[in-house]
Design a protein around this ligand. Structure first.
Ligand code: 6PG
Length: 242
């Protein structure tokens, strides 16, 4: 299994360490490739992370921002993952529009997913059937062990060839646009930031239950990908065997 796991006293400490890990990885990638790419997740946990990244003295030229998933709302909606990142990171550090590749989730789900796939294909200059290799993917995990917008029993969890798609999340009565396992697993580095006691049961399942991503989507990456680093707080890790 190619993952590391670190446990911190609280969510701010986990976010600080995760921010450092991401910035170091972006610096290395930019040094090696002249530019670097990161895909961000949404939800509530990333706010601390994005604020830490914005508060650093990191130089942001050549860093291109993408999203792991998005809710079906316009970019000025409080539910928007783009809005979260823009307000806590992109705007505070003046990231130029040319480095921002958001999911146009104000469009119909299928159209938004198609447009995003085309933008990723264009940016990464992909051949047909080729997957993008993000330098860093930041992922979270929900209380039901979902990650990105891949919720338990989602059929596309078994897919390894597609880049992104619109998925219907019945439990939320909502469409989501999400990167798919092939693109998630192709990343050079994955930073999993998971905090809060509402995650303790799913954290234990992800690490200690048999490998079954259809049941525990956040297990994606525990076995078959590049480098996955987990940043947990004590509350989320409370039930883990140590
Ligand atoms: C989203 C996310 C999702 C998130 C988890 C955890 O759009 O909701 O990208 O995958 O990482 O839902 O969310 P919290 O941080 O709010 O617990």
């Amino acid at each position: 299994m190619s993952f590391e796991r670190q446990i911190f006293p609280d969510a701010p400490a986990a976010a600080r360490a995760c921010a450092k890990y991401i910035l170091d990885a972006l610096e290395q990638a930019r040094t090696a490739r002249g530019q670097a790419t990161i895909a961000l997740s949404g939800g509530s946990t990333p706010k601390l992370l994005f604020e830490r990244m914005a508060a650093s003295d990191f130089k942001w030229q050549g860093i291109h921002f993408f999203w792991v998933d998005e809710r079906p709302v316009p970019p000025d909606n409080d539910q928007s993952n783009y809005k979260l990142a823009a307000g806590t990171l992109l705007k505070p550090v003046n990231i130029p529009e040319s480095q921002v590749h958001r999911i146009h989730a104000e469009l119909q789900p299928e159209a938004a997913a198609e447009m995003y796939v085309e933008e990723i294909r264009r940016f990464f200059k992909l051949q047909p059937n080729e997957l993008p290799q993000f330098d860093v993917i930041h992922r979270g995990m929900g209380p039901d062990a979902h990650t990105a917008s891949l919720f338990p029993t989602e059929p596309l969890i078994a897919d390894r060839g597609k880049i992104a798609a619109a998925v219907r999340v019945e439990k939320l009565s909502q469409w989501r646009i999400t990167l798919l396992p092939g693109a998630l697993l192709a990343a050079h580095r994955t930073a999993m930031l998971v905090a809060g006691d509402d995650k303790e049961t799913s954290v234990r399942s992800v690490f200690e239950a048999p490998y079954d991503p259809a049941k525990y989507p956040a297990q994606l990456g525990l076995r078959d990908s590049g480098k996955v680093e987990w940043f947990l707080d004590e509350a989320a890790a409370r039930l883990l065997q140590r």
